[in-house]
Design a protein around this ligand. Sequence first.
Ligand code: HEM
Length: 212
Amino acid sequence: MADGTHRIGLLAYVLVHMIGNLKVFMGEHDIDEYAEGLRRLLYPIAPEESILWLFRAGLLAMFVIHIWVAVVLTRRNRAARGKVRYAPGRHYLAADYAARTMRWTGTIVLLFLLFHLADLTVGWANPDFIQGAVYHNIVSSFEVWYVALFYIVAQIALAFHIYHGAWSLFQSLGLASARYNNWRRWFAVAFAFVILIGNSSIPLAVQLGVVS
Ligand code: HEM
């Protein structure tokens, strides 16, 4: 998993989560029913919320691996490389630029995620939070302009993070070849762009009164 396969899972989660969130445009009933459906997956064969907790455990595991690989392994590799890091040359400059971008955007996404869970999952950051009333919670949260703005800024950071992550993913999986560089670049740009537009459209729609 440390080789990059966990990143496929995280990218899949972000995409599926965005598609689910877009149900907000279909109305209160649709998105609340969808969330209820997730809580009752395979119910009554399996206890209520049990499958959701399995997904949560998998997601958390992928996330912990992601941070571990990013922080611990990157540091260890850099220490092992020693002075080579400072050797002049475009290759190293490009690698340093990407690493710096990933550190910054990764930190913003992590802070966003902590706020996001407090805001829409647990409700600590949302005074109007009602358990299970997903549409209501989204609207009451994004009605506050600085919360909406923070979400959009975080989606921009996430888009850069995904762009670099998706681009280097093929390298980590050992599938990189100069022949496919164009394809890889387009895939990374398209994925990041779709997530940016899809997710940002929700706080924007609430601020514009399209979703209320
Ligand atoms: C504008 C964009 C987003 C919206 C409207 C949104 C909406 C929501 C909502 C309503 C919930 C609670 C669902 C429920 O309790 O039934 C939730 C949970 C969650 N969201 Fe988001 N989300 C957005 C972006 C993101 C992003 C970008 C990430 C990851 C980078 C993310 C990760 C999560 C996670 C991990 C949970 C907890 C899932 C669980 O434990 O059940 N969300 N989101």
